[in-house]
Write a protein that binds this ligand. Sequence first.
Ligand code: PMP
Length: 395
Amino acid sequence: MASTSTIPALPVADALYDRALGHLPGGNSRTTLFVAPHPPYATSGRGHVLRDADGREVIDLQNNYTSLIHGHAHPEVTEAAARALHAGASFGLPTEHEIELAELLSQRVAIADRWRFANSGTEAVMVAIRLARAVTGRDAILRFEGCYHGSADAVVQHGARGVPQGVKDDVVTVPVGDEAALVAALDAHGDRLACVVFDAMPNRAGLRPADPAFVTLLRTETARRGILLLWDEVLTFRAGLGGLQGQYGVEPDITTLGKIIGGGLPVGAIGGRAEIMDAFDPRRDDAVGHGGTFSANPVTLAAGTTAMRLLDATAIDRLNALGDALRERLAAQGWTVTGQGSLLRVHVPDATALWWRLWAKGVLISVNGLLCLSTPMDEDTTAAVADAFESLDQE
Ligand code: PMP
């Protein structure tokens, strides 16, 4: 934990946390946001600046775990969401918004001409696994060690409490990037595997882009065994117009999106080719069920469509160049930094200490060392971030 001298006084947050402890286990609702002794509280944000309840303004490189690609309260995204909200928060009928976002995503994701919308990346992965099981008639899945795909039973980390043995029995785990272990596992379990769940740059496993040769092997070896490749692009879709899968030039069978495609509101999506996705077609007697009171919520989808239109190729290229330059500058200062483009991860032995030291300098990152850029940032912003890191070195 950070020494208390690096933690700024947070009288308002302390009081809020005391109140929270009486009603929320550990004082909040998201395990992934906790930083000891307790996090500050956010009150508002504009562009790349977040303001906390104690009045501190910080450069936000956390961006709600990378989902705020246009930063906070982008005027056009906010306007789109507000317009949709004024027309009615949600309906028990479909709306044109889901058609619009599906059309836009189909133009960008080569393999996906059909989409289903959900409320989170977790839900998207969960439903995509159900789809893979239904289509293949197989129960097991293969995943890679240490990678995060949300909190559904089948994909939480090895040994997680509360996961039934029956679920664990159907999960095969292979070390990240290990070709021999992958082929051995496919040889041993191939005929019972519905899908391989894959993230080409998994944050929790270090945010290192997969070796293209590994990805090609994965595609070839799954295809020849009739195993679906589920490419989880929830975190990495910001990498390019067609996400990371577009860069690798490999065609998965199913993909999951989330985060940036909701304009900052709760979202998840499952995409794929018609012959797979049409398993959801409710006109079929054997349709795979997928509902959700708030799935394809019009406010989310209106905000998301606007956010995605604003994120054109020029915006992505600019953001990636800015991220690459920041990574180089931090590396030159001696930090171990991984990632690609606008996603960066700083590796330190004590991530909590780094978190508080940066907070004290006016920079917000994720508690696991993940940083991401947003379109309101420019060279001045990343220079300020690099200066904050540099000043830590000299402390
Ligand atoms: N898959 C990946 C690769 C993710 O990074 C995340 C979230 N960090 C998820 C799935 C789960 O998404 P959500 O938090 O929206 O449930």
